[in-house]
Design a protein around this ligand. Sequence first.
Ligand SMILES: [Zn+2]
Length: 1003
Amino acid sequence: MQPPPPKPGVPGAQPGYSPFSQPPTSQNQPLAPPGSQRPVQPWQQPPPGQGQPFRSAGNFVSAPGPPTGGPPGVLPGSGPPLTGARPAGPPGAFIPGHNAPPPPFARQPPGPPPPSGFRPAGPPPLTMGAVLGQGPPHGPPQGTGLAPPPPMGSTFSQAPPSGRIPGFPTQVAPGPPPTSGPYINAPPSLGQPQFAGQSMQPPSFGPPSQTRLNQFTAPPPLGTAQQAPPQSAPPFGPPPSYYGAPSPTSTPLQAPPPPTAGYGYDPTMRGLPEEFQSLSMVPLPGSMDAAVDPSALPRPADDIEPAASTWAANCHPRYLRLTCNSLPNAQSLVARWHLPLGAVVHPLAEAPPGEEVPVVNFGATSIVRCRRCRTYINAYVTFTDGGRRWRCNVCVLLNEVPVEYFCPLDANGKRKDADKRPELSQSSVEFVAPTEYMVRPPMPPVYFFLIDVSASAIRTGMLQIACDTIKASLDNLPGYPRTQIGFITFDSALHFYNLKSTLTQPQMMVVAELDDPFLPMPDDLLVNLSESRTVVEAMLDSLPAMFQNNLNVESALGPALKAAFMVMSQLGGKLLVFQSTLPSLGVGRLKLRGEDPRIYGTDKEYSLRVTEEQFYKQMAADFSKYQIAVNVYAFAAKYTDLASLGTLAKYTGGQVIHYPGFQAHTLREKFTYELGRDLTRETAWEAVMRIRCGKGVRFSTFHGHFMLRSSDLMALPAVDCDKAFAMQLTLEDTLLTTQTLYFQVALLYTSSSGERRIRVHTMAAPVTSEIGEMYRSADVGAIASLMSRLAIEKSLTSKLEDCRQAGQSRLVRALREYKNLFAVQYRTTGRLIYPESLKLLPLYVLAINKSLALRGGFHEVSVDERSAAAFEMMTMPVTRLQRYLYPSLYRIDDYLYKTAKIKADPVDLPTSLPLSAERLDPRGAYLYNDGLCFVLWVGKVVPADFIGLLYGSEAAQAPDSSKAVVVEQDNDLSRRFIAVLNTLREKNTALYQECLLVLKSCC
Ligand SMILES: [Zn+2]
């Protein structure tokens, strides 16, 4: 397929500045004009239903201050359809002065001595290199000797605690959508290499290019160096009490045996955390029982929400978490750590009411950023020189404060307006981006639907529910009145719909040409929703009836994708693909290759989990390049090669939603909710994301759904509040000399309301030379998140057995390292010992290995279900993953009987039980919740009327409980049960958890 020929650049744009190709114009788009010789069958729509007036706007962000988005008059809601020729994007002009060469006062005298503060006085050789996060990372120190320690007149209302940072890393802020991409980059004049030039190249899957698929790079080799870390004092505040009182969070299950000798003397013990836990692995004296006491196993608490960082200036951990909140200062320490070192970013995480990310609008002024490393001004920068200069916390460069941003300092060296400015007092802010951050006008929200109308889509009821849900969501699609919408349906042919607003009924055109699909008309396939609302509704009303007798079982998905691409490539947007069967016609047809058990256990096993069809990779690259995100809804009962279909979502920031064996009567609510949420949730369009960090470290590998553009810039055509990303950190220097490392995530995007925004999350973490400090500061949730992603990526190149083994041996190495620290001091024979912070890691690693994505072989999990689970886990935020790995379990029958009479909320569930078969009483009923679904497990001796009360008498007698659906019955027990389910659903809004019924008697 030839995509619309990309233009090599935006006229007038600075070469290399715009990473986005110019949208093709209608002139160069290979559209077949109407009336061409291709076979087009006009079709007249049956009388439409009455349209409803378009009501609500759906902007997910308010736009305080004057909008700085698209230039006035561009992309007006009432404007002409945007499928025509578009104005060329404005040149990537920088605000004068913003990209000017650094002012001539790079050499600054040190600021006044710090009145107080958390930095030790001894100025480390702070020689932060030029660039963070891009370009020749950390090139030769440009400011060697120039950078005095930051003055302590900081913006903190109070100095951070001198101890370790127990909190988690902060969050990531979304930025304005990348219509042009390199917004986050420094201007070329700063000498930073631009990725834009390369991004203009056509995507290639051959030799490495700048536009490449996110790499599944193997984790950096973990050496086995055992040398002790430098024995310097912890750089961050006083040394911890090595043999002193345990930390308040530590509650050892069993006290360590007393040391035999050398207590307190062995210098190798320095820095070792005293507080650890242990588990006996040998039978207790006099006991014949097995080694491990199950009741002593550590298990997650009900509340797995991370605590906020104790550094007030750090962003909330819902946005950004580090796997270890004290960073190792040396390679040798990294080698001893053994676990992944990195971060999990959830840039658009939903915040509870009152904690929304504040919006900052600098108006006509440019956003204040470090002119060297491009860090956004944040709560960690310090002001000096009476408020005329500020020191970048990441690269320590002194920057001039723009005149219009000036504010005098108070006696403590703090800006007098610091508390009033969110960017100086909070670490999650959203900047309104001026025009220099765009190379084309902000795009409108675009929703394009590619719907399978083959026989199975009709038979299962999928088409009917999809049409009903889309119609019901029209009022809530974000971006009114600019929102655009369009449809293509397909079976063995492609069906296009003319939705021109002046029509009274939609017109359907059928294209049977699959080898070289074309658009039967250039315009009106993608229309402004508010203008064409009546026609769109008429179409949705009539689609199910139109195909209700369709017996066509073929699926020309590939040609349909190419056609959708042609329609969408001028604007970008979200493409929702509804697929009910294995694609069988045209390019991209797929083979039944997942049903051969013999391939398991061989070196070819992995090939089932990746696509064989280059077409899907190529389409994914094209989609990403033209700002199109693909969500794949898969409904088939049989093999549909989700590994191939999901490729479209994987590289475009999309999502795979799998309903194996979809039937309307069991999965209607789930599908309705999830499609509705997909259509109405907060979405950031044409986004790019980058995470910056201090000198000496860099993010080297990235894991999730995106396309990597340049070495560290993630392209996200659309990103929403349900997606998280992970990345691994690499030490570049042998020894870090800084005492604090800063991280800043910037997500540049277009809001649904058409504003360019940059969401920025900033956090700081201390650098340590003590392995003990690392153990104290470990974040087991973030570690599990990274380990699960690494294991899944490994499963795309290796046997499942090898993936499970890899995670397990990594865990063993880490725990052995920890145990070695104690070997001299304590009698540890027969005991598993582990730090408090990592007490759940063995459990999580086991759970990862037992997850759908990794467990068993051919017979345990179907290939498609395995792929779907893997796609899900690759985008899951940390807390959802933790719930998925270790679900909660409640004894529900007692609770329901006890509380059925209570009408009032809230539902206050009992404490969850350990997930252990011995806990299941055959007289009881249990509710299991893994965040994806509920399971009601009913014991063998539970009275039959219990099921009847909850599911109705019919379901209680049905031979197959798997089809039972919870519907409210006319009794208190049922109402209470529904209330319990709904309460749990409210805590997990990302998807809809249906409730499966398992009757022990039929198992
Ligand atoms: Zn800087």
